[in-house]
Design a protein around this ligand. Structure first.
Ligand SMILES: Nc1ncnc2c1ncn2[C@@H]1O[C@H](COP(=O)(O)OP(=O)(O)OP(=O)(O)O)[C@@H](O)[C@H]1O
Ligand SMILES: [Mg+2]
Length: 303
């Protein structure tokens, strides 16, 4: 009997603009997973603004994502670089002009290739914000890690990031119904000032239900599927840890989504020290508070 290998687990690291720590966490989490004995590839998908290599301490790369996008290689596997770390590969980000607006067919080819990679974990460091590119990679990921920090501007940015993500996801799904009323309704619900009656997701779902009950079923199903684990990064105090309560309430009431888990990463000078030495924290200071927090996230992912 042929035993199928475990399917690859694609993990998307997402979050708002403002340097909340997506890349710091992606780089070190990939190393932590590899140290737990998992086969990992970290991929820089911050298209046009890639810098994951710096956080991994990789100065030069034989291949980048550009080689795949420009069809210089046939398969994504061919551009996986060695990191010098056991169990861990890396795909360096692309920087060709226009890569941030990846053509649909190229994106689909990339997505097909991601699923074919022979690793336990594929970690995607995605760009800031909820562009359609980001949304597409979130959809194909088994898990999403939503990175934010406890500061009010960051919490507000995270909420608007999630709102864009949810509405883009719903728009993509409801387009299949070829009913302009549904799409107009989504558009109206985004503008809560003008349409306070559609402020809460429950209100919107009820109105959709009256127009098309199968559309409202799909909306509910999609919302149930959006369950990011939230990483509150750069925590300094117990008060900071509570910042997630505000965003969880907003998510539940206005977007109809929940977090699957809240994880904490502390503010730690060892992050800056490691960057200055161009080494990952997990290697430069494996006993640090930051490294410890990252190991906890790795344990969460490995279950
Ligand atoms: N837990 C932490 N403790 C101390 N410094 C941190 C921590 N996390 C991140 N930083 C610092 O914050 C800066 C921004 O981090 P990073 O580049 O990982 O953010 P990002 O979300 O990937 O940003 P971008 O949206 O530009 O891609 C880095 O210089 C890093 O040193
Ligand atoms: Mg980044």
């Amino acid at each position: 009997m042929v035993v199928n290998k475990n399917p690859v687990e694609i993990v998307a690291v997402i979050g708002p603009k403002g340097g909340v720590g997506k890349t710091s966490i992606s780089a070190n989490l990939a190393i932590s997973l590899a140290q737990l004995g998992k086969k990992v590839v970290a991929i820089d998908l911050d298209l046009g603004a890639s810098n994951l290599n710096t956080f991994l301490g990789i100065r030069s790369s034989k291949y980048t994502l550009d080689d795949f996008i420009l069809n210089k290689v046939g398969k994504l596997q061919e551009i996986v670089l060695e990191t010098g770390l056991e169990n861990m590969g890396f795909i360096c980000g692309g920087n060709i002009p226009g890569i941030a607006n990846l053509h649909y067919s190229k994106k689909m080819k990339l997505i097909r290739n991601l699923a074919m990679l022979d690793y336990d974990f594929v970690l995607l460091d995605l760009g800031a914000g909820a562009s359609y590119n980001v949304v597409d990679f979130v959809i194909i990921s088994q898990k999403s890690l939503l990175v934010t920090t406890p500061e009010i501007p960051s919490i507000l940015n995270t909420y608007s990031f999630l709102k864009t993500l949810v509405f883009r996801r719903l728009t993509m799904a409801l387009k299949e119904f070829h009913n302009q009323t549904l799409l107009d309704l989504l558009e109206q619900a985004r503008d809560v000032e003008k349409n306070p009656h559609l402020k809460r997701m429950d209100d919107l779902v009820q109105v959709i239900q009256k127009i098309d009950s199968s559309a409202s079923r799909l909306v509910k199903q999609i919302l149930l599927g959006i369950r990011p684990a939230m990483i509150l990064n750069r925590i300094r105090s117990g008060k900071d840890e509570k910042a997630c309560v505000a965003i969880e309430n907003l998510m539940r009431q206005y977007l109809g989504i929940e977090c699957s888990k809240i994880l904490h990463v502390h503010e730690d000078a060892s992050v800056g020290h490691a960057i200055a030495k161009m080494k990952p924290v997990m290697i430069n200071n494996p006993g640090s508070v930051f490294a410890n927090d990252i190991n906890e996230i790795a344990m969460f992912l490995t279950g």
